[in-house]
Design a protein around this ligand. Structure first.
Ligand SMILES: C[S@@+](CC[C@H](N)C(=O)[O-])C[C@H]1O[C@@H](n2cnc3c(N)ncnc32)[C@H](O)[C@@H]1O
Length: 228
């Protein structure tokens, strides 16, 4: 397992982090049954080649990877989650590599993966633009970034409510409900194909979500070709 960089995991063993990990599967169960598991299945049907999943949590995606996956690497920065992830991976994907790492600092060479997966992670990373730049860096130029994320609503009225209630979202589920995640992904140089959707069973302000695929934009590709 990769050693944790000093300082990044200051809160790692906090009661909150342990409580979040211990209750996560139960907390998500209604959402899973109300459609989230099916959304995971649909998204991950496209995963292929060498696959990296960031912020893999307790491993709720593991049941959905198919035979197009050649290698599977799972990263997760929080120890209490990581322990659960290791247990579930041992059961469902014993060949997977499980590493402790934050999305902002991925311990991989450039262009290592054909697919990067993020589900419900970019709402909670410390530095979203940096995390997406890392995803781009470790992705091969013909690779794909598959994501399901809850985010800021395109409806200004709902977005205002999200801003007002974000403190509550942070308190209960340790993430932001109002991040402009699709803009961040585009700004880093990806083309995005996404569907507006909803996080099942979430309160209205945390429901707006997007599910999709991001690939290197032609500008990013031509920049790489020019520099390479
Ligand atoms: C809401 S959970 C989602 C877990 C899993 N991806 C899923 O779909 O069920 C958010 C996860 O992101 C992880 N996380 C928090 N900060 C992170 C960071 N900086 N980089 C990567 N993962 C992070 C949390 O530890 C947690 O496992």
């Amino acid at each position: 397992m990769t050693p944790a960089p000093q300082g990044f995991y200051g809160s790692d063993m906090s009661i909150r982090s342990r409580f979040f990990a211990a209750t996560y599967d139960r907390f998500m169960q209604d959402a899973q049954e109300a459609g989230l598991a099916a959304m995971r299945q649909q998204l991950l049907a496209d995963a292929r080649g060498d696959v990296l999943e960031i912020g893999a949590g307790t491993g709720l995606n593991l049941a959905h990877y198919g035979s197009d996956v050649r290698t599977l690497t799972l990263t997760e920065p929080e120890s209490p989650m990581l322990r659960r992830l290791e247990r579930r991976a041992a059961e469902l994907a014993p060949e997977a590599t499980v590493l402790r790492a934050p999305a902002e600092d991925l311990p991989f060479e450039d262009a290592s993966f054909d697919t990067v997966v993020s589900t419900l992670v970019l709402c909670g990373v410390d530095d979203q633009p940096r995390a997406v730049r890392e995803i781009r860096r470790v992705l091969r130029p013909d690779g794909q970034f598959l994501f399901f994320e809850h985010l800021r609503s395109a409806d200004p009225k709902i977005a205002r409510t999200q801003n007002r209630l974000n403190w509550l979202n942070r308190l209960v589920v340790c993430c932001d409900c109002n991040r402009p995640t699709l803009d961040t992904i585009r700004e880093v140089g990806f083309d995005v194909q996404a569907e507006d959707t909803a996080l099942p069973k979430a309160p209205p302000f945390a429901r707006p979500a997007a599910c999709g695929t991001a690939t290197y934009s032609p500008i990013l590709r031509s920049g790489l070709a020019a520099s390479g």
